[in-house]
Design a protein around this ligand. Sequence first.
Ligand SMILES: [Zn+2]
Length: 218
Amino acid sequence: MSIHHHLNDATLMAYAAGTLSESMNLVAATHLSLCPVCRQKVEQMETIGAGSLESEALLPVRTEALNQVMNLIDLEAEQTAPEPANDHIKSVFPSPLSQFVPKDYEDIPWRSTAPGLKSFVLPGIQSRSGTVRLFKIAPGVTIPEHGHGGTELTLVLKGSFSDEIGRFKAGDIADLDGDIDHQPIADSAEECICLIATEQPLRFKNMVPRIMQYFVGM
Ligand SMILES: [Zn+2]
């Protein structure tokens, strides 16, 4: 899997500090399980964070504490290591997402949101300000243009989509703040499955979502 779109540094720092909301945290952690680049950054941030807690005057203690932190990071890395490649073939859902959904995405009780667009709200990961949702987008279908009240994280699990920012394939994550309006379109021959955490409900620009108009080849 070659990943081209990553979490922003601000999001990685919030993840390392444990201040992300539950919904954002799940999507960030799922990307991290697939992405060695972001994992390494988080490890560096955690090490720097732990080091800055120690006083310069207590150098021997500091070294010992640092070793402890490094051991913890190693332990955590082992625990959050992605499942073996064989499991990925059977399921598009990597850990830690896999514990919240059926193994096969066809077994999910999808709700039809619009023609060519199905969604599923993950139960149990709903905070006051946000939700985590899976979207299944048929080839050529567009999600209506929308802005965000807060941050939105979109992780592609299968297929691909394009928007004003670029092309996102399996493993890629779009880390958008509230100022960006975008209109993603599923742009490969297979359906696109993505995992989206929003801090606040999406704000669609039109009363009638434009998605109704988009069917390629029909
Ligand atoms: Zn990454």
